[in-house]
Design a protein around this ligand. Sequence first.
Ligand code: AMP
Length: 251
Amino acid sequence: MHQNGYIFHFQQAAKAAYLTLRKELTDMNILIFGPNGSGKGTQGAVVQKKYGVPHIETGVIFRVNIKNGTELGQKAKGFIDRGELVPDAITVPMILNRLREADCKNGWLLDGFPRNLAQAEALGKALQDAGMKLDYVIEIVLDREIAKKRIMGRRLCATDNNHPNNIFIDAIKPAEKEGKPVCRVCGCDKLTARADDQDEAAIDKRHGIYYDTKTGTLAAANYFRTRVKILEVDGTPGVKEVSQALLAKLA
Ligand code: AMP
């Protein structure tokens, strides 16, 4: 073979190896579970970054639809406002159709679905029918009382949304200036609580669904426990420690 032919051959082989490796790296189907207040959204973003797969968040899809006034949004709004699940007849086809979109061909990270046993069974069947595997099921484990305190103690800094303050978490407790709480990062005195973070009844309802091991979200996680090893991560420490523990388990 001519020398150029060798080079061409080598280049083709390298390209094929690279594509195989890339597929191995990105072809990841992942579920992430965690109660409201566990930092699941933040940790989901870390996992998304590691694998470069689309981060599909059921709650975000609903909120975008509500904001845009779509038919789906109008149907979902009342349930969401009451802290109830949107009916499976709406949610299940919405998510299964989303997983069939082109950007999910090389993997996906599903966050906020399944939320009950019926959704887990529907997803399990859809994956089986499509011949698709699940690579990881992640569970951020957090005590119910701690999760509730985290939500109710959250304070938003008016200067920057990314300045974490929580009156119940020592590590990120607001600072004090002249007897008034101020942002621990920038010192501004405009700290507010999100109205939905203070709705104790809605929080209890959401947690009631999450921690229900018979038909709720933990039942959905357990449904997959028999099929895939669940990676459990303790959600009690700070965001960075949880991310590190999670990434170490995914490595
Ligand atoms: P989240 O942002 O994940 O807390 O979701 C906000 C709200 O959207 C929930 O309280 C539910 O009302 C609704 N929702 C999110 N995911 C689901 C799901 N898998 N099934 C039904 N409703 C859901």
